[in-house]
Design a protein around this ligand. Structure first.
Ligand code: ATP
Ligand code: MG
Length: 357
């Protein structure tokens, strides 16, 4: 029986269209092999949407995302729109889309592909076997708390407020424990409980949720220590779960473990199965249109789509295995190639993944 799935595809700006094309190619190939029939709807987003319809997130785009089972996104933004007023900034579209779709959990796996140790600035011994997942809370915390500016006797004063409610902490912790169950069964909850009240609530809720998952080990770690341990002993981690701002910083830090930002996928998930899948990197305007961008982050995001939105671990692993295989054969895009090495173009690399699949 064919499985019908509806996917919204939002190529966006810069290298977005080039890498998304490879992602869609791989999605269709995997779909054919694992018995899917896809309805694919393309939508405008970001700067290219501003140029066309003066809106970074047009209503039609929001509509197709609402109707879809999953959204595949390229990247948004670039210097062309940096001076736009806030409501016409490409990045605005992303924050709004996540909020509208209720995507409160951001997942960023960082896994080292063998043979790429040399691409990282860290020592190969430290990196051997790195395979961690950062789970970042995405719709709460200091990014969304009250913001204020006021004049005081001593000058201007600015305030940001860090707010968490127990239900917000509970739902993200529960997700982290569930994902840890499919991995090495270890959750590290990261906070700043020695200073922040919101972190003390976070820790309390984490302890309570842990009671429901006796098969998973829970550790607490202060964020400053975690920042150090990620580069010192990265293999100690399995799942790291943390609040919005700590997660923003730690997930970028974890990204350097793997060699190139062009390799890292991400998923943003909410209550249901619908998710938004996108590479961690940005629109890389400097290399846009040249056909040299690394499509791996986007292709691995498609694997995450099969895993999280379609519940298809087998298809997800097949895509990941195909990427691993192609890299093991020595295929490289420009960002990974050693000086003098021949680099494949974006679509040549995508074709190799399809062949392996
Ligand atoms: P943003 O603000 O959207 O994050 P940025 O300029 O901070 O943009 P990226 O767009 O991710 O960050 O680019 C960072 C660097 O990595 C750039 O030098 C870019 O060319 C490179 N880069 C990013 N993605 C890729 C990719 N898929 N393949 C090759 N190089 C990439
Ligand atoms: Mg950036």
């Amino acid at each position: 029986m064919t499985k019908q799935r509806h996917v919204a595809v939002l190529p966006g700006d810069g290298i977005g269209p080039e890498i998304v094309e490879e992602g869609v190619k791989v999605m269709k190939q995997a779909g054919e092999q694992f018995g899917y029939h896809f309805q694919v709807d393309f939508g405008l987003i970001g700067g290219s949407a501003v140029d066309r319809v003066q809106n970074p997130l047009p209503t039609e785009t929001l509509q197709i995302c609402w109707e879809a089972d999953a959204v595949l996104l390229g990247a948004v933004g670039g210097p062309a729109w940096d001076k736009n007023p806030p409501e016409l900034r490409p990045e605005k579209a992303l924050l709004r889309l996540r909020k509208e779709l209720g995507l409160f959990a951001n997942l960023r796996p960082a896994k080292l592909f063998s043979g790429l140790e040399q691409s990282s600035t860290l020592k190969a011994e430290v990196l051997e076997g790195v395979d961690l997942l950062v789970v970042r809370e995405l719709t709460g915390g200091i990014y969304f708390g009250e913001k204020r500016r006021e004049q005081t006797e001593r000058g201007e004063k600015a305030t940001d407020t860090l707010v968490y409610q127990d239900y917000e902490v509970e739902r993200i912790l529960r997700r982290a424990f569930e994902w840890a169950r499919n991995r090495r069964k270890k959750v590290t909850s990261v906070d700043k409980a020695n200073v922040l009240e919101s972190s003390r609530l976070w820790r309390q809720v984490a302890e309570r949720v842990a009671g429901e998952y006796p098969d998973v080990k829970l550790d607490h770690m202060l964020v400053d220590n975690c920042a150090m341990q990620i580069i010192h002993r990265p293999t100690d981690f399995d799942v790291i779960v943390t609040e919005n701002m700590f997660g923003d910083i730690l997930s970028d830090e974890a990204a350097i473990l793997t060699g190139s930002i062009g390799l890292l996928p991400s998923a943003s998930i909410g209550e249901g199965n619908r998710g938004l899948y996108e590479p961690v990197h940005g629109s890389a305007p400097g290399i846009a249109g040249e056909g040299v961008a690394n499509p791996v982050a986007t292709i691995l995001s498609v694997a995450m789509m099969f895993r999280h939105s379609f519940g298809d671990e087998q298809a997800a692993r097949a895509i990941e295995a195909a990427v691993t295989c192609v890299l093991n054969q020595g295929a490289r895009t420009m960002d990974l190639a050693a000086p003098g090495d021949l680099a494949l173009s974006t679509d040549q690399f995508g074709d190799r993944v399809i062949e392996e699949l």
